[in-house]
Design a protein around this ligand. Sequence first.
Ligand SMILES: [Zn+2]
Ligand SMILES: [Zn+2]
Length: 133
Amino acid sequence: MIKKRNTLQKQIVFETFSDLHNHPSAGMVLEAVREKYPGISQATVYRLLAEAAEEGEILRLQLQGTADRYDVTLKPHRHIVCRLCGAVADVDLQWDAQAVLACTTAHEGFTVEDCHIEFSGICSQCSRNQVSN
Ligand SMILES: [Zn+2]
Ligand SMILES: [Zn+2]
């Protein structure tokens, strides 16, 4: 019985999440879910998102200057964060991972395992606001 209710809540949370397309934080998902289902608890939404990220169903992004965000796109890609409003967008960066690894592997005896590239800037909405001010 409890399991069934959880499944329905999970369906609601993920349908809402996949409609957002804006790399939402847990708080943003909660807000959108509550527009349709005001009774759903914050703990439930946050837990379902965290569990889905742990199971690899969605990506959890830890970006500079903003709360953790969730991403429906699982293939490797980069992000740009607006330093004014925290908007997050995808960056399809073509890069030669082997070349990057080759030039970093020799450093200080480290074995390189991972590398994060993240962009920051000002989104189009904030640029427009700046011009009109
Ligand atoms: Zn912005
Ligand atoms: Zn993304």
